[in-house]
Design a protein around this ligand. Structure first.
Ligand SMILES: C[S@@+](CC[C@H](N)C(=O)[O-])C[C@H]1O[C@@H](n2cnc3c(N)ncnc32)[C@H](O)[C@@H]1O
Length: 267
């Protein structure tokens, strides 16, 4: 598969580093070197990524199986991996529809081949801040019925949105566009230690030339979730969010964690 024009694979990308952490193959030496260096300093990073992805899988299953959600908009979806959102949702109901959104051109190229496996799934290359353009896009107009509940996912992506671009306002903007009965999923990397926040933020931004973002605090995630009526267990470290019978909440280091929850959009 040829690379999209203009992609510089000597600079690590957020999507490809995350893919490498999850054990995927859609990454390059620059991404793997950056991940190795990060793991030397913060060895729990891989576990954190795996926990995050397992959370996403559980959430999508619960939303589809217990809450009857059949439409998903996945902001910052990342590269295809095992058990993507449409596969989980379509195991519950094959007619489930998913629009994946990511601004990384490699996600569009690889995702377009692997994720658009049926007419109910689409990949849109877009900046998730462009809410109006996203809701007016062909895939959203074709796949998302504005009369039926939708789940909008912001799973481990809001760290990429600087405070100056209003991550909380982005969540409100999307929530306002969704029909009654819709749900939102929000989680973000947090630490209550200023040293950890500074180190990870600086390291990742150096690696990705400023594209990675920032570690925040739990209170910021609570702010992002202000437009939601959170369902149980409300806001938690994500491996503790409704773990399956064979899953043990597994967080090695409490210095930093992926923290979030799921809720109904409040009207
Ligand atoms: C850490 S990955 C999370 C992937 C997936 N949501 C998950 O939790 O498994 C973050 C993703 O957000 C994407 N991303 C970052 N900033 C974005 C933006 N402004 N608009 C759309 N996607 C963005 C990156 O390209 C990357 O694929």
């Amino acid at each position: 598969m040829s690379l999209p024009y203009g992609v510089d694979v000597t600079v690590p990308s957020v999507a490809r580093m995350y893919d490498s952490l999850l054990g995927g193959h859609d990454n390059y030496p620059s991404d793997r070197t950056a991940v190795e260096q990060l793991l030397e300093r913060v060895p729990s990073m891989r576990e954190l990524a795996l926990n995050n992805r397992a959370f996403l899988r559980r959430v999508v299953h619960v939303l589809a199986a217990e809450y009857g959600i059949r439409q998903f908009i996945d902001h910052g979806s990342g590269l295809p991996t095992q058990d993507n959102v449409h596969e989980i949702a379509q195991r519950v109901d094959p007619s489930s529809r998913v629009v994946y959104i990511d601004n990384d051109p490699i996600v569009r190229t690889i995702g377009g081949v692997l994720l658009e496996s049926d007419e109910n799934t689409a990949v849109l290359q877009a900046d998730m801040r462009e809410t109006d353009a996203i809701f007016a896009s062909e895939p959203v107009e074709r796949l998302i019925d504005p009369e039926e509940p939708v789940a909008a996912l912001f799973v481990s992506v809001l760290h990429c949105i600087p405070d100056s671009d209003g991550p909380a306002e982005l969540v409100v903007r999307v929530a306002d566009r969704l029909p009654d009965g819709s749900m939102l999923v929000v989680c973000q990397l947090v630490s209550e230690s200023p040293q950890v926040r500074d180190f990870v933020t600086r390291f990742m931004d150096e690696q990705t030339q400023g594209h990675w973002g920032r570690v925040r605090q739990k209170k910021d995630v609570a702010d992002f979730c202000a437009p939601l009526d959170l369902i149980e267990p409300k806001l938690v470290e994500v491996s503790a969010w409704r773990p399956g019978p064979h899953e043990v909440p597994a967080q090695l280091s409490w210095e930093w964690e992926e923290f979030g929850g799921v809720g109904f959009v409040r009207r």
